[in-house]
Every structure is written in C-alpha cells, then in structure tokens.
Design a protein around this ligand. Structure first.
Ligand code: NAD
Ligand code: ZN
Ligand code: ZN
Length: 362
C-alpha cells in the first residue's frame, strides 16, 4: 500500500510500504476512506516530537471501513464504517475506566502516527478496536465527521469544558487556527455572552468571524488586554482559552482573565512559560491543561446528526489520498493558501475479495 512516511526532521514521502496485518486479537484493519493532516504532524516534521522514529507512518485522524478483525473483536465486522480518532483506549486501565483515554496506560492514548503507524495511508492497523473506534451513521458524510477525530473534541474538552464556559460568559480565545476556531464553534453550544478571538493574522480573524466570533483583535496592532478590559468593564474575560502553544499566548491568557476566572490551556508547548503567581495568587484564577480524551466524541457526533453542529466549513482544500505531498505543501503554507483543514479522499481500489463498499464517500 501507499503511506506518508516520516524520514526524520523535514523529510516526508508518500511511498509504497507493506500492508498492515493483525498483530493482536483485539486489532482491526481499516481501509482509510478519508484522512486529514494536523498541525501536530507539522510539529513532528520539525523534529519537535522526538518519540516519533524515522520510518513511522504519520496521521491520527481518519474515517475508514473495517476490512478485517482479530478474533477477540466482537462489536465490529468487515464493512463497518468507523471514525478512527487520535486517541486509542485499552478500555481496562484506571484512566480508561475514568474516561481519561488520553492518559491510557494500557497501550492506548495518542499512539497513531506517534508510537505506532498512523492513518495517512491506504490501510491501518487499529489496536483495541472495540473500545477505540466509533461506528458512524450512514447518513453522515465523511466530511461531516472527520473533524471529530481530533480538533472538535480537543477544543470542546480541553478548552470549553475544562474552562467551564457558561451562558453569558465572555470567552477570550487566543489563536484562530483549527483548534481556536473549533473552540469558537463548540463554545457557542454553551451560549456565551460574547466570544473574543485574538490572533496575529487578519485572514484567521476573518475566519473567526465566519465561525461566530463577536469581536476579533489583531494583537500585532492592538493591545488585547486593554481591549478586553474595556469590553468587560475593567474586569477581564470569564474564560480564556489558549490555542497557540507559545509562552507569550499563555501569559496573555493569564493577563486577560477576571478574578475568579478560568484559563484553559489547549496549545502544545515546547518551551517554559512564566506563571505570574505574584499577580495571580490573590485573584482565585483556575488554570487547566490537558490532552484530549475524546470522551465527548459520541455527544458531538449526535449534535452533528441532529443538525446542531456543522464542522464542514473546516474543509478548505480537497485532495485524493495519492496527492498527499501536495496536500502537505498546501497545509503547511497556510499563510499563503488560507488552508484550515485539508481533506484527503481514498478511493476503494484495493478491495479484498468479497468486500462491499459501505457508506464510502461519493
Ligand atoms: N491539547 C491537545 O490535546 C491538543 C490537540 C491538538 C492540537 N493541540 C495544539 O493546539 C495548538 C493550536 O493548533 P492549531 O492546529 O490551531 O495551530 P495553528 O498553527 O494552525 O494555529 C495557531 C494560530 O495561532 C496564531 N498565533 C501564533 N502566534 C500568535 C501570537 N503570539 N498571538 C496570537 N496568535 C498567534 C497563528 O496566527 C494561528 O492562526 C497547537 O499548539 C497544537 O499543537 C493541542
Ligand atoms: Zn491532531
Ligand atoms: Zn487504557
């Protein structure tokens, strides 16, 4: 099969590799029908995630069709259409029993395109298949559900729920990439009073307004703290969601927050940030961090099925799976291409004998 292989920092190639096969009885083999690229894949290519070894197939977000199941898999069969999300769950460890799948100690957690081969490929081996994939209703298209594989549950769980967004709140979101915009989309489920989005790029701020931001601030030109203080009678935001991952933006969130407010950090940080406890200690500020668990994926899927949530505007560019190289070039040059998420469609050309196409993308 073909797959996107990481060959060390700066080096990736769409190339022929051996087909995956069942290794454990709890595995399934899934044919990838739709895949996408994440900002985290770009971090890996920069060399920021040293656990990813050369030779690794990247990707951790896909919709696919089960083609083979191990003998211990009881709830899936060939032909089932499934969401394969960034988080895998062993279903048995302490953290999985607390629905904190991101912290799984039984071999799950974020493993695709990280510790095991990932989903930017024609086929993938999916461990702990029964407890990890989500079966999809046939009436939903791949493009409606693919963003449930990472960005929507990430922003909802680590941003909106951890930050305890409540009706009427002023929510400040720093960073308007896919994660910040997914925070805008899912914060709206809580009916906040006002969503303020802060970014350095005017094109991203325009997107934020399309996604439902009420106020946008370019912090390259304006003082975001002064602006938010003016909007909130000098108090600050009720919730600040950090969706960039650099020290300045975390420190900005701590400056934007009102006494008793909540800072929810979603960004992946590579460097230490300064925590101004000397200013924060007396203000009852709560700070949360986290890796997505995906415990809200079933709920978000129901919201999509019920027409309450429409993630399709994230799809700005479409490619065939075979055009992976062009897709990476487009996604990594977002400043020029205005890409949010690229959608890669596989074509069911390598069907094993007897297999039917179930709910594949048109
Ligand atoms: N916690 C998790 O589980 C989890 C999961 C997925 C992604 N992430 C992280 O979330 C972060 C955002 O992801 P993304 O895909 O949206 O990234 P992105 O790079 O597409 O978007 C980041 C945005 O931040 C803006 N920005 C950069 N510096 C800024 C500054 N100083 N002030 C204001 N805005 C600034 C950029 O213009 C851009 O629009 C990344 O760090 C990513 O690794 C975390
Ligand atoms: Zn991701
Ligand atoms: Zn576990």
């Amino acid at each position: 099969m073909k797959a996107l292989v990481f060959h060390g920092p700066g080096q990736r190639n769409w190339e022929t590799v051996p087909d995956p096969s069942l290794q454990d009885p709890t595995d399934a083999i899934v044919r990838i029908d739709t895949s996408t690229i994440c900002g985290t894949d770009l971090h890996i290519l920069k060399g920021d995630v040293p656990e990813v070894e050369p030779g690794r197939i990247l990707g951790h977000e896909a919709v696919g069709t089960v083609v083979e199941t191990g003998e211990a898999v009881t709830t899936l069969e060939p032909g089932d259409r499934v969401l394969v999300s960034c988080i895998t769950s062993c279903g048995r460890c302490r953290f999985c029993k607390e629905a904190r799948y991101g912290l799984c100690t039984g071999g799950g957690g974020w493993i695709f395109g990280h510790l095991i081969d990932g989903l930017q490929a024609e086929y993938a081996r999916v461990p702990f298949a029964d407890t990890s994939v989500h079966k999809l209703p046939s009436e939903l298209t791949d493009e409606q559900v693919i963003f449930l594989a990472d960005i929507l549950p990430t922003s909802y769980e680590v941003g909106v729920l951890a930050g305890r967004v409540e009706p009427g709140d002023t929510v400040a979101i720093v960073g308007a990439g896919p994660i910040g915009l997914a925070a805008v989309m899912t914060a709206r489920l809580m009916t906040p009073g006002r969503i303020v989005v802060i970014d350095l790029a005017d094109s991203r701020l325009a997107k934020a307004r399309e996604f439902g931001a009420d106020v946008t601030i370019n912090n390259g030109h304006l003082d975001p703290v002064g602006e938010v203080m003016e909007l909130t009678g000098g108090l600050g935001a009720d919730v600040a969601i950090e969706a960039v991952g650099v020290p300045e933006t975390f420190e900005l969130c701590a400056d934007l927050i009102r006494p008793g407010g909540r800072v929810a950090n979603v960004g992946v940080h590579g460097h230490p940030a300064t925590l101004h406890l000397e200013r924060l200690w007396i203000r009852d500020v709560t700070i949360t961090t986290g890796l997505v668990d995906t415990f809200t994926t079933p709920k978000l899927l129901r919201l999509i099925a019920d027409g309450r949530l429409d993630p399709t505007p994230f799809a700005t560019h479409r490619f065939e799976l075979d055009e992976m190289t062009e897709a990476y070039d487009t996604f990594s040059d977002a400043a020029t291409t205005n890409a949010l998420k690229v959608v890669l469609s596989g074509h069911p050309v390598h069907l094993p004998a007897g297999e039917e196409v179930v709910g594949a993308v048109a």
